[in-house]
Design a protein. Sequence first.
Length: 218
Amino acid sequence: MIKIAPSILSADFAKLGQEVKEVEAAGAELIHIDVMDGHFVPNITMGPIVVEALRPITQLPLDVHLMIENPDNYIEQFAKAGADYISVHVEACRHLHRTIQLIKSLNVKAGVVLNPHTPIESIQHILEDIDFVLFMTVNPGFGGQKFITSVVPKIEALSAIIKERGLNIEIEVDGGITAQTIGECAKAGVTMFVAGSAIYNKEDRAKALQEIKAAGEA
Ligand code: DX5
Ligand code: ZN
């Protein structure tokens, strides 16, 4: 089953509530929220107050992608603001296992994000503890970048491990997802797909979302 998570990074921030409601009506399954601190990635976006403001205006789960240093200092705030999923980058966590336990203690689904260069071996010993893995198929920081194809074999390798070990882990992919790139990711075992520019930069967001989903299901 394919779940589409539109990334509001490419939405019109002057009318964010409306932008979220539009993709919910169009059939989105999650709302992806990109949090950037200007340190872990070279861009600055939004914090817990945006999650809090969006929480009452949508029924959809809020998928919060933390691209920040010292995520432990902010996880509780994001959980209280209404995050349903929180993911952290391997490179931003000095004690990844502790960070995952913190997310889970707040009754939030816990995910680890792998940059394009980050090996799956870095999460090998934590797979039993996490709910999902987010594969970056661009370098984090900006929307509208080109899909990095060389990540796909890494996704296939993790899918095989998940199957072999009988684990209950979802795979999410983020960066450059379009109707052209979704298929190979779906085949590799991805079920959650972030799409920012491919939805919000289109005039007809509902049509764009449905085309991407159909391509993933094909
Ligand atoms: C990039 C963000 C993505 C971004 C994806 O650092 O994590 O979620 O919004 O945008 P597109 O879909 O345009 O590549
Ligand atoms: Zn993201």
